[in-house]
Design a protein around this ligand. Structure first.
Ligand code: F6P
Length: 364
């Protein structure tokens, strides 16, 4: 088999473990005698000049444990709807042909695209137009379908759980209701896992619209109980009240409607105070959950994913994404992944266990 030239890029929001995937992909490819080209700033690296670099073994030394991505990333540079400013006005243009031409000009035989649902959707569209691409699923939100878990999720849950642990003592000292906002646009995986692990009284997730009155009753129950009197509520940023809406803090960027979620914790703290007169505080964990060292679990999963991506290229399985289906790392066609969201199943044992423990979802 002739030596291959493989490109690698990271797209979408960053997640702990990206560097571990890059490292594993580069090392596995080099071992086969292939060459690897790093494409910087996500898909923008296929559109703007000067954003590529050769990746040798020395470039991936000592990065296994590092957060972020040595290649940089972007969640705003979709080649099919690329923002450009013309005559002082932002507009979007289809530069996918340009991306394909630049890929060929780099004389690459394959691309490894590491990213979430948005990156997979772009990769799949480029695949349909002839790009030999394989995908690696990433997101702290854990909402990519086809894989039981994405890397970055375990680290985000650990960070959120530690934060909740710390908030218990101050909430208890002041007999306050603490509302903690965690990430999770369309799914409540982080809220659910960190909320249960952090001993929350209530967990609000996008899959279960909550009722404010029910939530306030739950809060009052916590004050009526014996023992410490305070409340701990964990809310996913995408959680919303029944017949209400998701809260956003910013909606326009480079001329486009790009809702940035946020504000549910502040909203809840104000509403709960209004209805119960309890002292409430809110905290948004935000991008803290995306930063820092990946956990051992994420390092291992990322390493397995990066290596498996190279095996997909060896097998010519383009248009596929590596996937974790324990105990195996396997793959799934991107066509079965894109446009779908992996949400928390309402009949799952984890939801039932939480209810058994009297954790409220604010719905009943
Ligand atoms: O997709 C992961 C995610 O962390 C979402 O939960 C969150 O809404 C979003 O990224 C925030 O992205 P940005 O980097 O644009 O603020």
């Amino acid at each position: 088999m002739p030596p291959k030239r493989v490109g690698i890029l990271t797209g979408g929001g960053d997640a702990p473990g990206l560097n571990a995937v890059i490292r594993a992909g580069v090392k596995s490819a080099l071992k086969l005698g292939w060459q690897v080209t790093g494409i910087r700033q996500g898909f923008a690296g296929l559109l703007k000049p000067g954003l590529t670099q050769n990746l040798g073994s020395e470039d991936v030394m000592n990065i296994l444990h590092l957060g972020g991505t040595i290649l940089g990333t972007s969640n705003r540079d979709n080649p099919f709807a690329y923002p450009v400013k013309e005559k002082n006005r932002w507009t979007v243009k289809d530069y996918s042909g340009e991306a394909l031409r630049n890929f060929r000009a780099l004389r690459l035989d394959a691309l490894i695209a590491i990213g979430g649902d948005g990156t997979m959707a772009i990769a799949f569209e480029l695949f349909k137009r002839g790009l030999p691409v394989v995908g690696v699923p990433k997101t702290i939100d854990n909402d990519v379908v086809g894989t039981v878990i994405t890397f970055g999720f375990d680290t985000a849950v650990s960070t959120a759980t530690e934060a909740i642990d710390r908030l218990h003592s101050t909430a208890q000292s002041h007999r306050r209701v603490m509302v903690v906002e965690v990430m999770g646009r369309n799914s409540g995986w982080i809220a659910l896992h960190s909320g249960i692990s952090g001993g929350a009284d209530a967990i609000l997730i996008p899959e279960i619209p909550f009722k404010l009155d029910v939530l306030c009753d739950e809060v009052e129950k916590r004050y009526a109980r014996r023992g410490p009197q305070y409340g701990m509520i964990v809310a996913a940023e995408g959680a919303f009240p029944l017949r209400g809406h998701v809260r956003t803090i910013k909606t326009r960027e480079r001329g486009r409607q790009l809702p940035t979620l946020g504000g549910i914790a502040d909203y809840l703290a104000r509403q709960i105070h209004k209805k119960t007169k309890r002292e409430c505080r809110s905290i948004v964990l935000g991008h803290l959950q995306r930063g820092g060292m990946p956990t051992t679990f994420d390092r291992l999963l990322s390493t397995r994913f990066g290596s498996a991506a190279v095996r997909l290229i060896q097998d010519g399985k383009f248009g596929h994404m590596v996937a974790n289906r324990p105990p195996k790392i396997t793959s799934i066609a991107m066509s079965r992944v894109i446009g779908r969201v992996k949400r928390v199943p309402l009949n799952s044992d984890i939801i039932r266990s939480a209810r058994n423990l009297d954790i409220s979802f604010g719905d009943r």
